[in-house]
Design a binder for this molecule. Sequence first.
Ligand code: 3H9
Length: 742
Amino acid sequence: MSRIDYSVSEGLSVLRLDDPPVNALTLATLEELAACLERAAGDADTDGILITASSSHFSAGADIALFRDIKTSQDAVRISRVFQEAFAAIEDSPKPVVAAVAGKVIGGALELAMACHYRVCTPGTLLAMPEVKLAINPGAGGTQRLPRLVGVEPALKMLLGGGMVDARQAMEMGLVDAVCEGDDLTACAADLLRSKIGDATLFSPDAVHDQERLSRENRVASPISRTRLRVDKLADPAANETALDQAKRGLAGGPAELIAPSLIVEAVRTGLNESFEAGLRFEQTAFAQCMAGTAARNRIYLFFATREMGRINTGTDTEFPVTRVGGKKDLYGEFGVSPRIAVIGAGSMGTGIAQAVVMAGLPVVLIDKAPPAVARSRERIAASLQKRVSQGRLSPQRLEAMMGGLTAASDWEAIAQADLVIEAVFEDVAVKQAVLRSAEAVVDPRAILATNTSTISLDVLAEGLARPERLVGLHFFNPAHAMPLVEVIRRRGAASEVVAAATAFVKALRKTPVLVGNREGFFVNRLMIPYFKEAFWLLQEGAEAEAIDEAMCGFGFPMGPLTLIDMAGIDILADTDAVLSRAFPRHGPLPGAVAALVERGLVGQKAGAGVYRYEKGRHDRLDNPACREALDQVRRREGLAPRAVAAEEILSRLVMRMACEAFYVLDEGLVERESHADVAMVLGTGFPDFRGGIVKYARDLGLANVLGQLEALAGRLGERFAPCELLREMAKNERHADVTTG
Ligand code: 3H9
């Protein structure tokens, strides 16, 4: 199978990448590239080489699947070297080479383009070096060629941030030589290339020899053909050193597991202070170091696991007919019908969901019985989108189209035509049941009813519905327009096409669906409520609030549990736990501290105080004497003497509480795969992705170790830590596997 198409066009060799879906670069592609370059060099009919792909996409870089097969540090060094050598062959080509790129030019693909002598892109092109997000360093010359093309500071920004730069920025930085405004990218690139062909000062062996000498002497030769010989953007060594030091300082305090950022800085430094070749060698060993750590392996695992969830097995192929506002075709079929989405409830969840829908380019009707609430909701959505416009992340035209797709109303009739109705009202059984019944009464019998409940069993909500098989759960996380995960709750008896359509709808919102069985709390809350409760047990026993939060931030969460629950509302924790602990008595009661804070109105940021105190309009956490007083009173009442709790105990209890529950969920068959549980935790709660998710983390620790920790904790603290049968079984098999493979 050929991955690169070779053709000759008007005196140029044209190498076109053609390996759908994303032109990921495999070792076989690199071999073909080498063969095509050799053929082009010997092709008497051509004077230059044009490397391109389709008019909408260049390449997603190295095939990440390659990295999963790396077993030893020699394997890693070899892969990096093979990429480097393949791209060096482009740079060393005796005939001038231009890259004509469009769409996404990512990682190894940009490294390929940077090894070409010239780069031309379309106005919509996006370029990035996202290796750092996979917890690896670029291994194909990116840390060396990027600074030479754009300068040290901008290069470090791209390499350490991993973000995209657009065509205009790329042009300003010097990353591309031209932006093709017309329709024919290949013609544009060919024109530029032809203007260089025959320029003896650029490509003759003497000229290249001259460029090499000048580069060694750090003297600027302009123009120059080989990126590795460029020194014009490196002219100020003191400024380069300052940029490197500043970047290094900026990395201080990050998780020790994430070694790639600091290795990237050192790779750039080596290339500047020693040589381009030394920089390449540094890249190879750095890549091997990264691949030897768990962070890279875990992020790569999550990369594939997240995409695999997009192909969730709903038991049917029925797709949801989606045509976006403005008629743009999308991924989910060509039905020519636009689904009508309705959201009921203009509170924060309903507003966020409606915003997510319009942001995906779909029309939505938002209703609430209180007209001022819908008006406020509309204003909030408009303000949030307007903010994006002022940040340059959204065009005014798109804003107008999105707002045009939003209908706000307060009568039931407004949703009569809806294909999918999402109920997002107050988390109360009676209220939700009444709303679902009213919605069912006005919509078409084929319409789908979805509930955004975060805890209540769908069986309870289905009571009294005429068509319970049309009910599904769509549990969004707050803020719904920004959070990437949605739990799709499948109750027994739900029609499979309903679940399939709900899943396709989530994908149409460009969010990740996780399919979860119907039990109280579903997946994420089933783990998170016990985690928050454990944080309050620790607080009540005497641990400092800051120490609890710091332990989890140190583990890699963006926010500690007490800060988070202050944001979400301590009263919400109490309400949610009422449902969960009824369903799972094993979870034990709510710590007295929670009720004591709620009684005093210390429910979190919305009240100005919870565990911490907040000044009006600010989110900084301040010491809250009222919380301390409440804790003292609870301890006196319960006869508890506060004790110092070590950081290790805090961490172990909080993490093990989540792990314990995760295995119960797997045992009950509520999520299909371990990897689904992992992705859900990472996307739904901010669980550190470099740890791979809760189950992967437990596996990395060793299941026997986790089992041992849980048994010890259960012995000391009670049933809430008691491990499930499945974990015992898995730990036994793991031990067995160790014996048989060891
Ligand atoms: C690198 O280049 C290192 C170098 O320095 C060399 C070191 C030695 N590899 O996301 P989508 C698959 S590191 C393999 O759903 P979208 C993906 O799994 C690499 N497969 O589409 C999915 O497969 P399936 C740096 C890849 O339109 C399908 O393509 N590059 C790769 O939403 C569609 O993907 C990156 O980090 C890959 N590189 O987004 C880029 N990329 O259909 C990572 C995609 O079987 N990729 N696939 O599920 C992306 O950011 C997005 O996939 C992209 C498309 C923006 C390209």
